[in-house]
Design a protein around this ligand. Structure first.
Ligand SMILES: NC(=O)c1ccc[n+]([C@@H]2O[C@H](COP(=O)([O-])OP(=O)(O)OC[C@H]3O[C@@H](n4cnc5c(N)ncnc54)[C@H](O)[C@@H]3O)[C@@H](O)[C@H]2O)c1
Length: 463
């Protein structure tokens, strides 16, 4: 447990990167040199490399706990994937994955389980095209950086990083080495979010003005019930106060609002409620003497933030994981012609009102619009994802990433999205610590957001 207190940070800081200014400049201009030849406007950023289509994608998987095991199982099913290597600090988990591969009729991936840094040996020894990580948060950036430095693309679970500096490290490493660095935000591949994005693209809501998103999920049992390896997640609640997990709510909103593609997050303000939930739960479940009952949790139970974009749009974002409550991502999108809101599932609780289509002042179920506005990607591929984690979205996000790599396409979510959606954690921590003062977002794209095209409607045989 002592090793998971978050002080440890691998790799170099933004300052270190700035010291390497010339090297970075060279890397950026090499990547940039290719860009003039490219007709697709959404590629026009040094961190979105143009790559040759890969016939087979050789994957190294790092971290095969709850989420990583699911990814491993999905990757076994995706055409064109060679699951080449698997790494986890727990040797039994590596052996289990090797067994699953053999059971599926695939070659046994090489195993790496000689401690926390064995991923470096994996990256050095294996010829990999893609390293996928589903480890505790503090490892995401060191693993992605190691992957890109050694010639692979990188894909990380959410959130992509912990600190603001780490977000810069991802951007600058991707630019320097000309590699994709993708955050696996599975919510962007969920049915309601995709349908809403499709409706936004078809202008159903008119001009978007406001959105609300959340990660409202009672995680008390997960954080304190010994479910995470070495209970890594609870230490974030002990040591940090802000929105620690912003990307599930924010990612789909950012896509709808064309963030980094015509607009960008400008600044945020954030405040947290008192912290009660984890102490009370620890007392009740673990007894007064347990270290988690005596811990002082910095994380306010409900963190609320407001984000303003450069084009003036507003976003309300919540992180609420320590109290008894049903799940919700809020999923509210509002424009000049209508509004939708829901819980993040596709039940009757997802509602919509569109002027001219809905009865005045009345909600309709979102499902009423599925016939006309189901996202083509979901229409075409959802059946193949049945049984995979999070309603199939975990399979879809990986299948789409592999498809893009095999076809030399830009990835749907790129390193700028990973950095921008994730940096909210560090910025909200700063705002909370400073009496909710406004904190500016860095412009990870350094101005390129002004001219990049919005993400199109993917799907229909994966265009
Ligand atoms: N997108 C989603 O819906 C979703 C859902 C669950 C978890 N996650 C994310 O997935 C990640 C993992 O979460 P989890 O629930 O699977 O946690 P977990 O504790 O079950 O799994 C983490 C795994 O990483 C291994 N590990 C730790 N340090 C390592 C290192 N240095 N090298 C190799 N392996 C290492 C652990 O042994 C463990 O097997 C987190 O980033 C989490 O936020 C995302």
């Amino acid at each position: 447990m002592a090793d998971d207190k978050l002080e440890m940070k691998e790799g170099c800081s933004r300052r270190d990167f700035l010291k390497m200014g010339t090297a970075l400049g060279v890397g950026a201009s090499i990547a940039g040199a290719n860009l003039s030849a490219c007709s697709e406007a959404h590629r026009t950023a040094p961190g979105v490399p143009i790559i040759k289509p890969l016939e087979t994608v050789r994957v190294g998987m790092v971290g095969v706990g709850h989420q990583g095991k699911g990814h491993f199982q999905s990757l076994l099913k995706i055409a064109g994937v060679d699951l080449h290597a698997v790494c986890d600090t727990v040797a039994d988990k590596v052996t289990e994955m090797q067994g699953l591969a053999v059971e599926a009729g695939k070659p046994e991936p090489k195993g790496y389980s000689r401690g926390e840094y064995d991923l470096k040996r994996m990256c050095a020894e294996e010829e990999l095209d893609l390293v996928v990580t589903a480890t505790p948060w503090k490892w995401h950036v060191p693993i992605c950086v190691e992957a890109m430095k050694t010639g692979s693309h990188a894909a990380t679970e959410v959130p992509a990083a912990v600190t603001v500096d780490e977000c810069w490290q991802l951007v600058e490493t991707a630019e320097k080495y000309g590699k994709h660095c993708v955050m696996l935000e599975n919510v962007c591949y969920m049915r309601p979010e995709m349908m809403i994005l499709n409706m936004v693209r078809k202008n159903l809501f008119g001009e978007l003005l406001h959105a609300e998103g959340a990660y409202n999920h009672d995680l008390r049992h997960w954080k304190l019930g010994g479910l995470y390896e070495k209970e890594w997640r609870v230490y974030h609640s002990i040591n940090r106060n802000g929105n620690l997990y912003p990307t599930h709510g924010l990612g789909p909103i950012a896509q709808c609002m064309n963030i980094n593609r015509g607009d960008r997050f400008d600044y945020l303000v954030s405040m947290s409620s008192p912290s009660r939930g984890l102490q009370e739960y620890a007392h009740k479940m673990l007894g007064a003497d347990h270290e988690f009952s005596k811990a002082n949790y910095k994380l306010g139970d409900v963190n609320t933030s407001l984000i303003k974009t450069v084009n003036g749009k507003t976003i309300y974002l919540v992180h609420d994981t320590n109290l008894p409550r049903p799940y919700s991502r809020i999923n509210l999108i509002q424009g000049t012609k209508g509004i939708t809101q829901g819980f993040g599932d596709m039940t009757h609780r997802n509602l919509i009102h569109i002027e001219g289509r809905s009865e005045e002042h009345k909600w309709q179920p979102l499902t009423d619009y599925a016939g006309e506005f189901e996202h083509p990607f979901i229409r075409e591929y959802q059946a193949t994802s049945t049984g995979a984690g999070h309603g199939g979205a975990d399979y879809l996000e990986l299948a789409r990433l592999i498809y893009c790599l095999r076809n030399g396409l830009p990835t749907d979510m790129d390193v700028y999205d990973a950095a921008d959606w994730t940096v909210v954690s560090g910025l909200t921590e700063e705002s909370v610590a400073k009496r909710s003062r406004p904190i500016d977002f860095p412009d990870f794209t350094r101005g390129i957001w002004k001219t990049r095209e919005p993400l199109g409607i993917i799907g229909e045989s994966q265009g």
